[in-house]
Ligand binder design. Sequence first.
Ligand SMILES: [Zn+2]
Length: 432
Amino acid sequence: LVVVIVCQVDLIAATVTAGQADPAALTTVAPAEAWFKPRTPTPTATLSVEALLTAVHSAVGTPEAPQSPEVATSLDATYENPDGFFGLDYPSSWSLSPRGGALVSPTDGAGLSMAIEIKAVNAETLAERYVEWYAAQVDDYWETDRRAGVVSGYPAQWVEQSFSVDGVAHHGVMAAIVRNRVGFVFAGWVPTTSPASLESTLRAMIQSVRIVEFAAAPPYSDWLTYETPHLTFHYLPDTWIDAAIEDIAAQHEQAFNDNVDYLDVEYDGLIDVYIYASEESFFRATARDAGFAINEFSEVHTRWFAENDHQTPGHEITHVITFHTMGEPSEALLGEGVAVWLDHGGNDYHRRCADLARSDRLVPLAELLGDGWDGSAAAYYEAGSFTGFLLERYGLDRFKDVYTAPDLPAALKRVYRASLTTLETKWLTALQ
Ligand SMILES: [Zn+2]
């Protein structure tokens, strides 16, 4: 399966550009920078949120207001998300933006973008993330109202917005919806000079949204749970996991206890562990194809497809443990490194790196810093082995001292009295 994560920045850039230009411009997309501007300070002038709220509501009604039949029947075309996650109706006079993921009205500058977000835990958090994003991208941003609503049977957050793009004032409406860990964000905008019916059309489009249910990933409320002292497991009934949960849970609980001891940290959990029995189940619940942790919510999602095809029990929960006790790592080299080193997968990462070294396939550690982290298998092995070397040779305290340091090479010199290159040489020598 190919995971397509719609990039919100691209979408908005594409659609705002397209919506304001003549139809010929629909075939070309200006770079995002062309309309990005730093946010201007919130004006202190006569405009008040209350006044805006009143104006917006008297013009378009509240989100719960029933749509007039006239508007509803104007939605005579259907859009289906290419990955099958959702569908919605729209007026056939509108067109799909060149990059997909947004519908635009070619004549009046209105548009509706549709984005899928990963790691979405609830509609409130998702809405907040997007509000912050909008506020940073456009001018004169005002959130004029926010309330809970329902879209396609799912709890949603409705946000009313007003902002300007290239000096043109807009009204906007946004709906954030979360199904399992897939977030859906529908954001519509119309120039304030447009007729109020345009904004009603946007609302009707969002209210026509159909979030698709998948047999392989029903709502989490239908999943079974199994608890150990520090972990709560979530998995589907009638899968091989259902039959093996006691053993799988015991492996994870063991990894949790060992790692808290090893790192000498105080952390009681509780971590929610979502275990997926198939690629399809994983993708439909998360829109992802690789295991991950949502540290802030103490959650991990792991692939456990068969007895001989699964992630390690320790990797993702180590991310959560370290996040809550040691902080955010400044470099993936150490953040992934500690998760690999403590993954309880029975792998000898020192030996794997010795093999890589013999065939001259080791990437210099300095090249894995910052954006150089490429997520390759070699990068993970090296991170795990190098982290293990630091911990075994020099102990925990020094490792914790450099773990969150913004400038890792400088921190290594200060704490280990050695440069990254020197430590790397010692590590490679120890591997032999
Ligand atoms: Zn990781």
